[in-house]
Design a protein around this ligand. Structure first.
Ligand code: GDP
Length: 480
């Protein structure tokens, strides 16, 4: 528990210079953006005549999420699917085609609205929820906020174009998140479609499809001619069965905000994917630093509904402010509890912003100290290099560094410049980025700066390995 001097001063309604002066009296030099520990903060506050009530994260967040359900209360829930793949390979077309042909309740042709996710019925009668913001950026951004939303990734690869850079990125993102993949080989209607080539190219990225004796389900489709879409849905159903997706519908709801906006007429509107329990009109909810009483729930077909159960996407009206995509939603017992939680989180948010402004988060050094305190014994790294040979040499050398206590885990390695998507993945996975004989793209540099992710550049493998070794040895518990 630490606080910036600015935030401490704000909370006491004192001037930051007075706090700094007091610190100086105690022999501590500090800037306004520096953080001080809770004990020091308490001393300062008392010195300035304030009474201190310390609130810890555990106190406030206690019982909000992940309270276990009894196994007998769990029932099957629909899978939640995200479509990923290279630009122009047909993600949007596929989402549209599936939606138009399979709307739940058969409102096809009726007016459907975009709320960020929708539900369809597969030919075998199973419901499937699609997140309809395609792309790994959204996927990983959610994960970076601690939200696990997607059960299955559908990887779209155009048969006339084959595996492309963003295909590879999508594979890496899905693997990093440990989410199973189904490959949809799209555009098979095209005369120059080469589905076999796609299968072979996937092999080079360690994706072995079933027809090649592997475990990844693949299916040839055409979004344009609506070929095999039913089969794709059935395959998703099959994958879902294997995953045994279950949730308790009879409890207070938990979910994740998929999209949120401020609507002129309706006020803040958040699309929430309910993940456990049932969300009802009248519930008091918190999401991120916002709360509200649910005034109305609107389904993906625009219908006003009273409640939404597990895996159902729904627009929630009634928030006092607009939450952010990736915020987790929980139902709380009353307004004062909602205020307590969101007040606390607003403070936390401001502190984090201040901390971000004053220092880097995803740096090797910080990772080291974070891992040390969290007791994690894995050292995650993201590596980009100029050629495949360098990648292999670096990964090989890093793997050798592992001991019983700590090991490097390369969550992504690849050839080419550092992209914005690499930075998002680094944020989600809490790693630094290492570039070997490559540079970062402009957008990547900007994102890294914004998110506080360190990018380290090397051109000598020895230096790189040596630095990682040093960072890792800082992790090792002292020998007694
Ligand atoms: P996204 O960038 O992955 O979302 O790709 P889009 O869905 O926007 O599709 C890119 C282009 O490919 C569009 O011109 C689509 O009409 C076209 N397209 C998508 N699916 C198919 C298909 O199955 N067959 C053919 N021939 N064209 C397709």
């Amino acid at each position: 528990e630490a606080i910036t001097i600015q935030e401490l001063a704000n909370r006491m309604a004192e001037r930051a210079v007075d706090v700094i002066k007091l610190l100086m009296k105690q022999g501590q030099m500090a800037k306004i953006t520096d953080t001080i520990d809770a004990d020091t903060a308490q001393l300062i506050a008392e010195e300035l005549g304030h009474t201190v009530k310390r609130v810890s994260e555990a106190d406030v967040e206690e019982g909000l999420f992940d309270v276990a359900d009894a196994p007998e209360d769990l029932v099957q829930r629909p899978p939640v699917v995200t479509i990923m793949g290279h630009v122009d390979h047909g993600k949007t077309s596929l989402l549209d085609a599936i939606r138009k042909t399979n709307v739940v309740g058969g409102e096809a042709g009726g007016i459907t609205q975009h709320i960020g996710a929708y539900q369809v019925k597969s030919p075998s009668g199973d419901k499937i929820t699609f997140i309809d913001t395609p792309g790994h950026a959204a996927f990983t951004a959610m994960r970076a906020r601690g939200a696990r939303v997607t059960d299955v990734v559908v990887l779209v690869v155009a048969a006339d174009d084959g595996v492309m850079p963003q295909t590879v990125e999508a594979i890496q993102h899905a693997k990093a998140a440990n989410v199973p993949m189904i490959v949809a080989i799209n555009k098979i209607d095209k005369p120059d479609a080469k589905p076999e080539r796609v299968r072979t190219e996937l092999l080079q990225h360690e994706v072995q499809v079933e027809s090649f004796g592997g475990e990844t389900i693949e299916i040839e489709v055409s979004a344009k001619q609506k070929t095999n879409l039913d089969k794709l849905l059935d395959m998703i159903g099959l994958q879902a069965e294997i995953l045994e997706l279950r949730a308790n519908p009879n409890r207070a709801a938990e979910g994740t905000v998929i999209e949120a906006k401020l609507d002129r007429g309706r006020g803040p509107v958040a699309t929430v994917l309910v993940q456990r329990g049932t969300l009802k009109v009248g519930d008091i909810v918190v999401a991120g630093a916002e709360w509200g009483r649910v005034r109305a729930l609107v389904s993906d077909t625009g219908a006003s509904i009273d409640s939404a159960g597990p895996s159902v996407p729904v627009e929630v009206l009634g928030f006092n402010g607009t939450p952010e995509a990736g915020d987790r939603l929980a139902v709380v017992e009353n307004e004062s509890r909602a205020r307590e939680v969101t007040d606390y989180r607003s403070h936390q948010k401001r502190e984090k912003q201040a901390a971000r402004a004053s220092g880097m988060r995803g740096s090797l050094e910080q990772m080291m100290s974070q891992l040390k305190t969290s007791g994690r014994k894995e050292f995650p790294l993201l590596i980009k290099a100029d050629v495949q040979g360098s990648v292999e040499a670096i990964v090989g050398a890093l793997e050798k560094l592992g001991t019983d206590e700590v090991a490097a885990r390369v969550i992504l390695s690849g050839v080419g410049g550092i992209t914005e998507s690499d930075v998002t993945l680094a944020e989600a996975s809490g790693t630094a980025i290492i570039g070997f004989n490559v540079r970062a793209h402009k957008e990547a540099r900007e994102a890294a700066e914004r998110l506080g992710i360190e990018i380290r550049y090397y051109n000598i493998i020895y230096d790189l390995v040596d630095d990682v070794k040093k960072a890792m040895s800082g992790l090792l518990p002292p020998t007694t």
